[in-house]
Design a protein around this ligand. Sequence first.
Ligand code: NAD
Length: 395
Amino acid sequence: MAEFVVEPRLKGFICTTAHPVGCREVVRELVARAKRNSFAGPKSVLVIGASTGYGLASRIAAAFGAGAATCGVSFERPAEGERTASAGWYNTAAVEHFAGEEGLLVRSVNGDAFSAEIKNKTIELLRNDFPPVDLIIYSLASPRRTDPAGVTHRSTLKPIGRPFSGKTVQTDSGVVREVVLEPATEEEIAGTVAVMGGADWLLWMEALRKANVLAEGVRTVAYGYVGPELTWPIYRDGTIGRAKGDLEATVAQIDRLLAAIGGRALISINKAVVTQASAAIPVVPLYISLLFKLMKELHSHEDCMDQMLRLFRERLYCRGPLPEGAVDGSGRIRLDERELDPALQRKISDRWPSVSTDNLLELTDFSGYRSDFLRLFGFGVDGVDYGRAARVDVC
Ligand code: NAD
C-alpha cells in the first residue's frame, strides 16, 4: 500500500502528480452541482474521453443530473511505486464510487480509445450490461493516434501559412513572454487532422451501429471551439482548427449512418475553460486569464460543469423552445455566446497589448487560472489536508 505526502510538481503546462483525495473532493463537488440541477435527460450514455475536462463534466451531468447509466472511456495511468496515478484515474475512481452509492449503473474502460481492442471491449460491455445507448459524447483530446492501419499520427498546435508570434503566459512561472511559431508543414496539418478530426468519431459510430447497441433516436455530440479573433491564428486558422473543421464535416457522414434509426450527430461549440488540453495551447492560458477576469466581473463566468449542465438542460434536453442563438447557421449548438459577447471581447483586445509579467495579477485572473489548473490535479481544494500522507493506489 503506497502512502505518502503528495505535492504538485509543475513542469511547464503539465503537473506530473495528482492528489487522490483532492481529485475525489473535486468530483464530489461536481456531483453535488449536477444533483442540484437535475433534469429529464438521457438514460444510457457512452462518454469517450470521460475522465477529465468536458468529458468528465458531461459524464457527471448525465449520471447525477439525469440518473443515466454511464460508460466512460479514458486513457489514464494507475499509480506505480512512488508515482501517483494521473488525475483522470482518480476522477474515474471517484465517479464510480459516488455512482455506486446512488445505485447508478456505471462502468469504465481504461485504454486507447483509438484502438479496435478498446472499441470492442466497450461494445461488449454495453451489449451485456447497458440499455440501448441514447447518447454518445465524443470528448477526446490527444497528442497522438494510431489508426487501424497501424500508422501513428501526431497532432501539433501550429499556425498555417505564415509564422505566428504572440504573447503567452507560462503556467508554472507566471512569466509572460512572446512565442514565435513557424507554420505547420503539410504533414503536420494532416497529422493533426488524423488525430483530432472526425475519422475516429466515425469509426466509433460505425462500430456501435454495427453491434446494434444504439437506441432509436440516438444522438452523438462532439465538442468544438471557435473563440475570438485574437486566438484565430493559433486556433481556428491553425492546425487544430483544420482538425475541428474535419470533425464538423463528419457530422453529415454520421447522420447518414444513423438515419435508419432516426439518430443524429451534433457539434457543440463550447467556451474556453481550464483543462489539461487547453493549457497546452500557446496564447490560450493568457487569453483565458483575461477572459475569466472580465467574465467574473460580469457574473457570466462558467466552468466545464456550468457549460455541460447548460448543454443538457437548455440545448439537448430543453423542454420548451430552444433559446435564441442556441444553434447557429451551420447547425452547431452554441454555448460560447457569453464568451464571444462583443463588448467583452473589445475589452480583452484593448487590454491585451499592455499585459506583462509585472501587471499580470492586476489585469488578468491569472491567480484564478492557476488555482483552476491546480484543482485539475486535486490540489488547492478546501478541506483537504495536504500535509497528510495519502494512499495513492486507489483503484
Ligand atoms: P482534457 O484533456 O481534459 O480531456 C481529454 C480526455 O481524453 C481525457 O478523458 C483523456 O483520458 C481522454 N483521452 C486522451 N487520449 C485518449 C486515448 N487515446 N484513449 C482514450 N481516452 C483518451 O480535454 P478537454 O479540454 O476537456 O477537451 C475535450 C474536448 O473539448 C476536445 O475536443 C476539445 O477540443 C474540446 N473543447 C475544449 C475547450 C477547452 O477550453 N478546454 C473548449 C471547447 C472545446
